[in-house]
Ligand binder design. Structure first.
Ligand SMILES: [Cu+2]
Length: 156
């Protein structure tokens, strides 16, 4: 009969590896989870707050500011003229880009710039269906800033 009190044997895991999660573990898990959710939200927010527009013939206002494009999803049809009124609500006191904004689509060779507190009408036609990324590369980290992007969906 073995009456020895239990002793650590080589097969047993070293002390500590099987401990129950303490307050610190729960806390750091919470912080990591909150950070992950926050980061996901940061990158998803431009997608989640998407508001689609539009009718092809009308001139649609697209307001551009430091917080992005509104609306940030545009739809059009192949071969139909897309008419946009780009509205820049920021003034020239913005140190980041001097208040200028841009509406650029690399794949279509489009690059429109809008001066501070001004508007400009632009139009273009797309002859290939697809989803095109538009962006402003002037302010707030430029193209790398997920807020300064939108998409143009062109249907056949
Ligand atoms: Cu901008």
């Amino acid at each position: 009969m073995n009456t020895e009190p239990s002793k650590t044997t080589p097969e047993q895991a070293p002390e500590g590896s099987h401990r129950k999660p303490g307050r610190r573990d729960v806390l750091s898990f919470g912080l990591i989870a909150a950070g992950a959710v926050g980061a996901a939200g940061y990158f998803l927010w431009p997608v989640l707050r998407q508001s689609a527009l539009r009718t092809p013939e009308a001139t649609e206002p697209v307001v551009i500011s430091m917080s992005g494009f509104s609306p940030n999803v545009l739809t059009a049809r192949v071969g139909e003229k897309v008419n946009l009124q780009l509205v820049n609500k920021d003034n020239s006191l913005h140190s980041d880009g001097g208040g200028w904004h841009q509406f650029a689509i690399d794949d279509l060779g489009l690059d429109f710039k809008v001066a501070p507190l001004s508007e400009t009408k632009v139009s273009f036609t797309v002859d290939k269906p697809g989803t095109y990324d538009f962006y402003c590369g002037i302010c707030c980290g430029g193209k790398a800033n997920p807020y300064m992007h939108g998409k143009l969906v062109v249907e056949a």
